[in-house]
Structures are given as C-alpha cells and as structure tokens.
Design a protein. Sequence first.
Length: 221
Amino acid sequence: MSEKNKLKILIAGGAIRDLLLGNKPKDLDYLIAAGSVEEFRAAFPEARPVGKSYEIFYLKGLEFSFPRVSGNNTEKTIDLDLKARDFTANCLALGEDGELYAHPRALEDIQNRVLRPSFPDTFKKDPLRVFRAAAFVARFPEFTAHTELIVEMKRCAASGWLADIAPDRIGVELRKALNGPKPGNFLRLLIEGNCLEPWFTEFSGAAEIPAGPPQYHDKSV
C-alpha cells in the first residue's frame, strides 16, 4: 500500500459551508482524518510544516491539518474534530467519496442562517474567535447571532481573554469584515457581546452619538 493510500483526507470547514450556501468556496482547507504525520510527509515530501498545538502543513498554497483531537477510530476522530471547531456553520467535512460529515447542529444552523458556537468554551479555547464571529456576520449578513453566541462573547469579555490576542491576528479578521457586504456588522456584534474592550475602545458609546443633525440623520455613528 502506498503512503497516499494510507491517508484519509477530507475538505473541511468554510469551503463546505460556502458550497451549501450556493457560493464559490474561496479557501480550501483539508483535514487528514486518518494516517500519521510520517505517512503524510512521506506521501507529500514538499509539504511545509507550521503550527505548534497540532500539526499543520502547507502544500501548494493549501492547508492540511491533522485533527485537533483524536478518537479510537477514524469516524470518531472526525466527529471530535468537527465539534472542536469554532462555529457550527463551519463544522463540516466532505470526503472524496461524497460523504458529508457535520456537527449535529451544523446543517440546521446553516439552513436557518444562525451563527452559534460549536461548544460553550469555544472562545476560551481561542479568544480570536470573537473577532472571527464579528467578521463572519460582516461577510454573511444574512446570518444572525444565536443567543448562545452573545452569552459566550460576554463571558469571554468578562474573563479578560481578549487582552492577550496578537494585534495582527485581529487585523486579519478586521480586513475580512471590511471586504464584506456589511462591514458595520463587525462592530455591531462586538457591541452586543460587550467585546469592544480593549481593542476597539474608541467605539464605546458610538450608538449614542448621532451621525449628524437629527433632521437629516436618524442613525447613530
């Protein structure tokens, strides 16, 4: 058996979401659901490793990652990995045989255009996900924030987890939001989730500042 035949590689994440929404996928990320790091490197010696917490490789501009968590078999590993992702709408994977793997709430939330955390501690695991959520609703304004998302954003803010995020990582999400059809949704969600501090403090109170003379402007800044 060749090294490539020992691997089970799936397309995962936002690309599958985009397909289900009828959009052309912009980024293709791959999940190596079966096979070892050694087998992957033997099959693709030109792949470049990056990352610390779990193995990630770049190959011809594409990202290949090993599961965040592993189960006692391939199916369980896929299930656990999907449930450890950021939002239910992104907890999807597609095999080369056409089999779709999904978080239990993923398809329902995509159909209803709802943005929901995949598990309660998603922001504790990676606080940057707060800004990913804000960028998401700027890029996909048809999605609304689930109550669970707002509750967890407020918990993240109150816990002080946002303070240690690298500024350049936040900048990446802000640029995504600015390129979306509703960039203002980025700040709206941060305001709703009490997450303006400490990175967007200048916008605190913006909802109470009129955009101009009341006879011409009925909106806030």
